[in-house]
Design a protein around this ligand. Structure first.
Ligand code: ZN
Length: 177
């Protein structure tokens, strides 16, 4: 079911989400939560979404990144649910991107993040998984998993002159890239 998106200012976006237990993950309620997250992500046109964005305090986020996406990046990730995830940074190098967020609608901001990470998480069967990600995929994973720790991309903007409405971003910034 499509749920309304919690926007900047809603305190749930600033909560540290609770870890899920095996019993919770294997429950019918969780199957419904996964569906709600997926439906909402698709409806609002996101490439990822996290539970607090639909008002649920739980450590689960999902990402589905097709080879064609609105960020024009040449990386992809099939639909993946990240439960109780942890990120380990594997590089001192950073990569900058103009990020957007369903919870901060109509805006883009320039954020630099580590460009090589390892992510460990539990899958829908509560089995441990991990993989390494680089570049744009590493950025998307960090953005989504930040939501589970009460963080938003705007917290990482170092130069606030690089925060823009989407329309102005397209008009003044995108043309210069
Ligand atoms: Zn977001």
């Amino acid at each position: 079911m499509i749920k309304p998106i919690c926007r900047l200012g809603n305190p749930i976006l600033r909560e540290i989400c609770d870890k899920l237990t095996k019993q919770q993950v294997l429950s019918e309620e969780f199957t419904q939560l996964k569906q709600d997250l997926y439906d909402s992500m698709k409806h609002y046109g996101g490439i990822g979404i996290a539970a607090p964005q639909i008002g649920v305090n739980a450590q689960v986020a999902l990402i589905e990144l097709g080879p064609i996406n609105r960020y024009g990046a040449e990386v992809s990730l099939p639909l993946t649910y990240f439960i109780n995830p942890e990120i380990k940074v594997l590089s001192d190098s950073f990569e900058g991107n103009w990020e957007g967020c369903l919870s901060v609608p109509g805006m883009r901001g320039y954020v630099e993040r580590p460009n090589h990470i390892q992510v460990k998480y539990l899958d829908e069967n509560f089995e441990e998984q991990s993989f390494e990600a680089r570049g744009f995929l590493a950025v998307v994973i960090q953005h989504e998993l930040d939501h589970l720790y009460g963080k938003l991309y705007i917290d990482h903007i170092k130069d606030m002159s690089l925060l823009s409405f989407q329309e102005e971003f397209e008009k003044f910034i995108l043309v210069q890239k």
